[in-house]
Design a protein around this ligand. Structure first.
Ligand code: KG4
Ligand code: ZN
Length: 347
């Protein structure tokens, strides 16, 4: 069963072809980062317009790469939410038009389920049940996963998402959007002993997160350095390091707590922030001591991509799930509302 996946929820146009028997055949991505960089964040209208421009050429590219014709495609999956409504509508409209034209089923996929399942694209992938830490620009969530569509929220951010916190801290340091990779790069040259940033909410029980206090602390530290003199390159590196260390430590503590609470030994991390190398190695070290294991997607499938949507859509389409006439894109969409995979009868 060959499935086309379209991702257009934010500022990346992703198109991929996934085959249930042969795996991922092709995927293509266009990142709009250069379009939005001068505004310091994603401009929704510009994002939608650029998806319109890029999605068909990317489709042609993946068909050529995979050596497939449209007649071989058995279904179309697209990101139906959460995300920017105009951007989502580009993918949804094209997916429905293609599926109608080709006479195949179409299904709207949940963007965060796509992220959550992205580690399944790897040869060595996790087995259910596991705890997933979803850390992206819009979400920070700890989820118990018993199977596809069997999700129980264990904790989430009460304010900013981890990626959003990275982006805001980067802005304070004069770094471009999206800030996560820039902070990580600067932090490599930072002195970990110079500042000690607070680890938010780790002394409180529970699995929720809060990053707004850390954001304020970062802002105040920047201001203090500025008061002393100009903000030097070393100041920026040291602040980036202290910020990254605080976020990583907080995430690690909550992941260990979630695994212990659920009596599980498998953790999955996914979403843009899971590309962070310091987070990956800190989690590996911490879990190793407890005989637990962490799985994550390949670096290029951590941030938004079409492959994860094609994969998630293929699992659900194969189980018989399809859009009906009432299906709408959903800018907000709690993941717990998703039906379990076998709800529509396994294929
Ligand atoms: O999953 P994603 O591509 O898009 C959303 O669905 O939000 O995540 C983007 C987020 C941005 O906030 C970006 O700064 C962050 O992921 N990010 C990182 C790294 N790479 C991307 N944060 C920390 N370290 C990184 N290496
Ligand atoms: Zn995402």
């Amino acid at each position: 069963m060959l499935i086309l996946g379209l991702e257009t929820s934010c500022d990346e146009t992703g198109v991929a072809l996934y085959d249930m028997a042969r795996g991922l055949l092709a995927d293509a991505l266009f990142s709009q980062v250069d379009i939005h960089v001068e505004y310091g964040g994603v401009v929704p209208e510009l994002a939608s317009r650029d998806h319109v421009r890029k999605v068909l050429p990317l489709l042609e590219q993946v068909l050529a790469e995979a050596g497939c014709t449209p007649q071989e495609i058995d279904g179309v999956a697209y990101t139906a939410g959460p995300g920017l409504v105009g951007a989502l509508m580009v993918g949804a409209t094209l997916a429905r038009a293609l599926a109608w034209g080709w006479g195949v089923p179409v299904l709207g996929v949940h963007h965060m389920e796509g992220h959550l399942l992205a580690p399944m694209l790897e040869d060595e992938h996790p087995q259910f049940p596991f705890v997933a830490l979803l850390v992206s620009g819009g979400h920070t969530q700890l989820v118990r996963v018993d199977g596809i569509g069997q999700y129980r929220m264990l904790g989430e951010s009460l304010d900013d998402a981890a990626g959003e916190a990275f982006d805001k801290a980067a802005k304070m340091l004069g770094l471009p959007y999206p800030g996560g990779p820039h902070i990580a790069r600067m932090a490599q040259r930072g002195d970990p002993a110079r500042f000690d940033f607070p680890r938010p909410m780790v002394n409180r029980p529970g699995l929720d997160f809060s990053f707004s206090g850390l954001k304020t602390y970062t802002l105040n530290t920047v201001a203090e350095c500025r008061q002393a003199s100009e903000l030097t390159e070393q100041d920026r590196c040291d602040i980036a390091r202290a910020f990254e260390d605080a976020v990583v430590a907080t995430l690690v503590i909550k992941c260990r707590r979630a695994l212990r609470q659920e009596a599980l030994k498998t953790l999955v991390i996914a979403g843009g922030v899971s590309a962070n190398l310091r987070l990956r190695s800190a989690l590996e070290r911490a879990l190793d001591k407890e005989g637990a294991r962490v799985f994550y997607p390949a670096a290029k499938y951590c941030t938004d991509n079409g492959a994860m949507i094609a994969y998630a859509g293929a699992q659900r389409l194969q189980a018989g799930q399809v859009d009906d006439e009432q299906t709408r894109v959903r800018p907000r969409w709690p993941m717990e509302e998703l039906p379990p995979l076998d709800a529509a009868g396994a294929a």
